[in-house]
Design a protein around this ligand. Sequence first.
Ligand code: FAD
Ligand code: UDP
Length: 370
Amino acid sequence: MGSVEMKDWLIVGAGFAGSVLAERIASQLNQSVLVIDRRPHIGGNAYDELDEAGVLLHRYGPHIFHTNSKDIFEYLSKFTEWRPYEHRVLAQVRGKLVPIPINRTTLNELYGVSLNSDQEAQEYLNGVAEPVANIRTSEDVVVNAVGRELYELFFQGYTRKQWGLDPSELDKSVTARVPTRTNTDDRYFTDEFQAMPKDGYTKMFEKMLDHPNIEVRLGVEWADIKHSNKYNRIIFTGPIDEYYEFRFGKLPYRSLLFEHKSIHVKEFQSVGTVNYPSPDVPYTRISEYKHLTGQDHSWTTITYEYPSAEGDPYYPIPRPENQELFKRYEELSLNETNVHFVGRLATYRYYNMDQVVGQALAKFRRICPA
Ligand code: FAD
Ligand code: UDP
């Protein structure tokens, strides 16, 4: 790369973690920032773009914004308007498409029963649930709530595909992301704020990074500029084990292959995402963006997600031995005075977008001079 001027800050990664901190430092501290990313675009995994058919797609799989934090929603609202959107997901189970999270409708449609109230549904679940005294794993959470049959139908196959591990080998926090309901609410999320950036995520990131104190350089690797000494402080949002050159060994991350397909029909499926928990289907889910974006187009674009051990690091894998390895890296990071680690990869946390924004804003408050 060409010559680089001296900057107050170098930020590695132009996703939510890096872009929020760049924006805050540039606009609130009036300090200069160089943001780099190895990819040819900003936005990290939330990046969206028009495909060849002219349909807005999320290159790294469907991203639905949801939060209970008014502060986080208001902060992002400085950079985008919103399109209200509540995500709905169906699961293909025993040849039927039924709501997931499991709710009363799921039970009625799957078993041909007619449970008419929350209480009746709860009684039904009490009859099949297998209480687990000490809930530790992702199997425990689900079996405790809905019993083994529903666990196997909806969770075991999906989780084995998604993580390459049985739910009994994963921390409870993974499947606990998906609740069980006795009502008929079929929304995937129940957060107070649920919306999509009106003109897409990338446009929102462009606005965030549009500041005279911010320079963005794309297609640049941290490894290629780390010895240039042209910046006083660093924010690193890539994988923490990579920063420390894997000195304690590799932290496991799960990857996905995305197969994007444009089809000349108005609508492919009735909801944003359909999950395929069956072990006989190689992908975990199919998402159709027009439900999320509201785009009016004669074509539609869908994405199949195929889990993979190889590829970009998308998911930290929550299990005790990985957390222990992360802690060793974290200990090194806590002794750094001029390097800060923020984001899903750098703090090895299975965080949603709003949680990463919250983490970045909290980090800004700590680095901000009083
Ligand atoms: P990232 O977005 O990963 O950004 C890190 C950036 O750093 C990347 O662009 C990377 O290229 C760059 N980088 C890393 N290392 C280097 C290096 N050495 N040199 C240069 N650049 C480097 N969250 C939700 O809230 N709702 C959803 O619906 C949702 N769906 C998701 C679906 C999928 C398939 C995935 C994988 C995630 C989903 N998420 C969702 C989570 C969301 O993607 C993350 O919370 C968020 O994008 C994390 O932001 P980040 O800045 O921490 O990391
Ligand atoms: N999960 C499942 N079946 C489903 C949906 C989710 O087994 O139909 C499990 C699976 O282990 C998944 C986890 O619950 O990885 C969290 O699901 P979520 O939809 O939150 O995953 P993400 O959108 O983060 O990939």
